[in-house]
Design a protein around this ligand. Structure first.
Ligand code: AP5
Length: 208
């Protein structure tokens, strides 16, 4: 089974992706995480990606598509993947159709004011990929899951989030209609509690 998670920045894609991937034994592929890993290791891809990400813009389609196609060709993707943050443009979605068959597109719908609050208060762990909110963990610098250091993403500030939301509305939101037309879209209310959202996703997938 191959699943795409769609949703605005901070809509909870990463949070739900971990749970869905574990439940259905899927390989979780987050393009944002791959870019951040490349930025940390100062690879050529990372150096280019950083200039776009820091501004809240999308990394160019050709680079992103090549990166995802290569990642999906690896053996750990053979039994199914959960795509978190890809595709983000119609061009990426059309390219994806040439190298993967998608079973569900889960679209997390969250109001804009919640998104800004969620993103600004987010703390992330590069070691285990966990994301947390200061409302729940306070000002600790230690990852509650693996004990490594938490960090505040450079693009998690109000100015960049506002730009990321504008980019999302212009370039990524149209994907909901694209996948609705293909009969693959499942809309999920992302304003609920984390475990309630996960329950709704499981119901949608298993009652299909
Ligand atoms: P990426 O890392 O994918 O960022 P994003 O889409 O902006 O999504 P986020 O990671 O910000 O949020 P999320 O939806 O995963 O929310 P989370 O679960 O953490 O991409 C970063 C950048 O890379 C992009 O801006 C772009 O430049 C580039 N990029 C990536 N993919 C690309 C592509 N395909 N093409 C081109 N460029 C690309 O939750 C957020 C917070 O809310 C957390 O603190 C969490 O604890 C909390 N939370 C989650 N759910 C709930 C809930 N239900 N209730 C309360 N709090 C919650």
């Amino acid at each position: 089974m191959n699943i795409i998670l769609l949703g605005a920045p901070g809509s909870g894609k990463g949070t739900q992706a971990t749970r869905i991937a574990e439940k259905y034994s899927l390989t979780h592929i987050s393009t944002g995480d791959i870019f951040r890993e490349n930025i940390k290791n100062q690879t050529g891809l990372g150096i280019i990606a950083k200039t776009y990400i820091d501004e809240g813009h999308l990394v160019p389609d050709d680079l992103t598509i090549r990166m995802v196609e290569e990642r999906l060709s690896r053996p750990d993707c053979a039994n199914g993947v959960l795509l978190d943050g890809f595709p983000r443009t119609i061009s990426q979605a059309e390219a994806l159709e040439k190298f993967a068959k998608i079973d569900y597109v889960i679209n997390l719908e969250v109001s804009a004011d919640r998104i800004v609050k969620r993103v600004i208060g987010r703390r992330s762990c590069l070691a285990c990929g966990g994301t947390f909110h200061i409302d729940f963990i306070g000002d600790t610098k230690v990852c509650p899951t693996c004990g490594k250091e938490l960090y505040h993403r450079a693009d998690d500030n109000e100015e960049t989030v506002t730009e990321r939301l504008a980019v999302y509305n212009a370039q990524t939101r149209p994907l909901a209609d694209f996948y609705l037309g293909k009969g693959l879209l499942v809309n999920i209310d992302g304003d609920k509690d984390i475990e309630d959202i996960f329950g709704d996703i499981v119901k949608a997938v298993e009652n299909d």
